[in-house]
Design a protein around this ligand. Sequence first.
Ligand code: 13P
Ligand code: SF4
Length: 303
Amino acid sequence: MKKDIVARIEQLKKEKNAVVLAHYYVTDEVQAVADFVGDSFYLAKIAKESTAHMIVFCGVSFMGESAKILSPQKKVLMPDMTADCPMAHMVAKGRIEQMREEYEDLAVVCYINSTAELKCQSDVCVTSSNAVKIVKALPNKNIFFIPDKNLGGFVAQQVKDKNIILNDGYCPIHAQISLSQVKAEMQAHPYALVLTHPECEAEILAVSDFIGSTADIIDYANHSDAEEFIICTEDGVEYKLRCDNPHKKFYFPKDRPCCADMKLITVEKILSVMENENNCVEVSGDDCEKALIPLDRMLELAK
Ligand code: 13P
Ligand code: SF4
């Protein structure tokens, strides 16, 4: 019974001084059992600041890894170790060294959706909620933005005085959102505002009324006077949007964007890792130290 599972998770949270963190893309029932639900930036901050001994991270591997790097003394458990973000690996080997050789005044700006190995080679991390602010604040003229070409392209649009070099990575879930399907929703709901994640392709951003992280999209819908919204991001955000706005209407493109990796997390798996304390995230001491530098710099510059 799901109710018994949730009750046992609540009991274990107290017994083991544990907190459950969840990204907005996981299933409704996982979000409901979490202590903190948010976008990547919020979750990274909570992972660092929490006084809990144990963090159960309901998300994909780069999120658990970042939590461990920011708080190496905590036990970080992943309900499903196979939940991974394909984009996190999308930088060709040797590409960063090559760019550093080519450009003198270069900052490697690494979207948090990346492996610890990539973070170790980067100057600063960013998330979709702070990338523009952080790139603007950097003293460097040349920026190599990894791995996401779409978020990088969005930043380049906002920061015209820097030379932003894009890498060929992308999120397959957001890339699948097609302009024709968004336009079909716009036609069907002419009063709806289009709220879009910057991982979408440029042609989707171009028809959007607002572009922001998952938390920014939710916040925008919560505070807007509009009653209807077309949401261009992964469909897990619908849970929070509907909880906060029961009377507003939310539409998604016909092929609802759904991240299969995020949906691997279940309440059964949360309970299992909490009971057995397995699926511990490990990052080697050296990598932990190196990857902490760009993550800490992000936390500082995003203030
Ligand atoms: P944010 O929640 O930071 O907007 O990130 C979206 C995402 O794709 C996380 O994997
Ligand atoms: Fe990665 Fe895209 Fe899934 Fe986010 S939605 S975890 S970027 S594959």
